[in-house]
Design a protein around this ligand. Structure first.
Ligand SMILES: [Zn+2]
Length: 190
């Protein structure tokens, strides 16, 4: 197992649709093991394969939930049914989201309170569960990565402007930038 560098906003693999996994083989198991190790080292609640530079439809998560779903898992080739998203402005106290690929900053964002997730585990067994609250948010965030979308692409006009300024100030938005969990300072101070 290897901790892999985490790609940053601007790396092309983060901004295009990832490909379906075709083979549930040892290479897939090795990749998923690296994703778990990288997620843990980065203190993330989720990690999508494009975040370690791999354009495949896989994400891992680590998040206690109220939905009777294991707190740690992987979704391969997932599909998502998303509940209604409120039109109210996002709460700056309770609805702030961050991303390992937009390191060190976070912004409020409305998400659906409920999703249904279907997909496969690393052995090819079917998974099918509902997620609510923060777990639902995590699922939406990670699934977006597989379609080349970052949470900053979903921000309202006010926060989008702030996030673009932050990206510019950090020199992001160009290919080739990464940070190394366990080596570079933890961007979110964990
Ligand atoms: Zn993310």
């Amino acid at each position: 197992m290897t901790i892999r560098p985490v790609t940053i906003l601007g790396e092309p693999v983060l901004h295009r649709r990832a490909d379906e996994v075709l083979a549930f083989d040892q290479d897939l198991k090795d990749l998923v093991a690296d994703m778990y190790q990288t997620m843990d080292a980065a203190h993330g609640v989720g990690l999508a394969a494009p975040q370690i530079g791999v354009g495949l439809r896989i994400f891992t998560y680590q998040l206690e939930n109220d939905d009777d779903v294991p707190a740690r898992g992987v979704l391969i080739n997932p599909t998502l049914t998303v509940g209604k998203i409120s039109g109210n402005p996002p709460s700056v106290d309770d609805e702030v989201e961050g991303c390992l690929s937009v390191p060190g900053i976070d912004f409020p964002l409305k998400r659906a309170e409920w999703v249904r997730v279907r997909g496969f585990d690393v052995d090819g067994n079917a998974l099918d569960f509902e997620a609510t609250g923060w777990f639902a948010r995590c699922m939406q965030h990670e699934f977006d990565h597989l379609d080349g979308k970052l949470y900053v692409d979903r921000l309202n006009a006010r926060y989008s402007k702030k996030s673009k300024r932050a990206a510019k100030n950090n020199g992001w938005g160009v290919p080739g930038l990464t940070w190394m969990p366990g080596v570079d300072p933890d961007p979110f101070g964990h």
